[in-house]
Design a protein around this ligand. Structure first.
Ligand code: BDR
Ligand code: CA
Length: 310
């Protein structure tokens, strides 16, 4: 099994990613750390506790950074709803909140576990990861891999014409993480916009007749509205679950090892992942940039695993 920490700003697609991880025996989820992103930190933390509670698994939830390193927080209620997890009423969280903060938890965990055995899975803005690396540079070489959702290249941006949301919200943090020298796997919009739910798949989730199946169906129904109105696409893009699915079944994905730099000062392009897909710069590769997914295989994996939850 592979040990992971999921750093998250739930978000319906974050929620599906977390459930997939908690339902997968290949992965040991050491903790969830929350970050401000889709909605402010108090709500992403509340949502993480609701999701952990729903899973029935004993996973610690740690609250991380309330704001980007040096910018004002930009949120996305227009996609995820007022709570960040609109779609189904889950009541008040009973799952406990750990007293240790998220950045401290990332640092302590990487120091405690043997080097090269903990993978970070950031599926929100990269604030906590950059803050942990800045506060404790000794942990950087101990990270096994970072498998993140963020960026866009051929598919371009979803929050500005050039930038994807997670990178745009905290480009300084992203720049630090991409320059850290850690082995990176990147799930940009290029691949996540191919991981679109279908009406049949959502119906299958609901037909499970479980709390988890109901929640996944309701979340994706809610989340789909935005993409349908905005892009005219049928189906909700399951961005964040691509990271977890890659950890379980990398054979479902394909991409290239390339150089990716983060624009932090562009007049129109702040937050852009400048991806050297054609190798024109000669800069060394720092990321495996994923471009494609076996959609049917991906949704089959999700169905199989979500079906094991209560
Ligand atoms: C990313 O932004 C968030 O809205 C989603 O949860 C995902 O992590 C997609 O751009
Ligand atoms: Ca997210």
């Amino acid at each position: 099994t592979r040990k992971i920490i999921i750093d998250t700003d739930p978000g319906q697609d974050d929620a599906v990613a977390i459930l997939l991880a908690l339902a997968s025996p290949e992965l040991e989820v050491l903790g969830l750390t929350t970050v401000a992103g889709n909605v402010p930190l108090d709500l992403t933390t509340r949502n993480a506790r609701l999701i952990a509670g729903l899973s029935g698994r004993d996973v610690p939830v740690h609250a991380g950074s309330a704001a980007p390193l040096s910018r004002k927080l930009v949120t996305a209620e227009y996609v995820h709803g007022k709570t960040g997890l609109d779609g189904i009423e889950l009541g008040e969280p009973v799952h406990p909140l750990s007293s240790e903060d998220g950045v401290g938890f990332i640092i302590e965990t990487l120091r405690r576990e043997p080097p090269g055995t903990v993978t970070l899975v950031p599926i929100g803005p990269l604030t906590n990861i950059a803050a942990a690396f800045a506060r404790a540079p000794d942990i950087v070489p101990r990270v096994q891999q970072i498998v993140l959702m963020g960026g866009a290249y051929f598919e371009v941006g979803n929050v500005t014409p050039a930038a994807e949301f997670n990178i745009y919200v905290d480009p300084e943090a992203a720049a630090q993480v991409f320059a850290a020298g850690v082995d990176l796997v990147v799930m940009p919009l290029d691949v996540t916009h191919k991981a679109l739910t279908s009406a049949d798949w959502v119906a299958g989730m609901r037909a499970l007749g479980t709390k988890a199946g109901d929640a996944v169906a309701s979340w994706t129904d809610f989340f789909e509205r935005y993409d349908r109105e905005k892009y005219g696409s049928a189906g909700a893009p399951l961005h964040d679950p691509c990271t977890v699915a890659w950890l379980i079944r990398p054979d479902l994905f394909s991409g290239r090892r390339i150089n990716v730099e983060i624009e932090t000062e562009g007049r129109y392009t702040t937050g852009m992942t400048v991806a050297d897909w054609w190798g024109v710069t000669g800069r060394p590769a720092n990321a495996l940039f994923i471009g494609d997914v076996d959609r049917d295989g991906f949704f089959a994996l999700l169905s199989e695993r979500i079906a094991t939850l209560p």
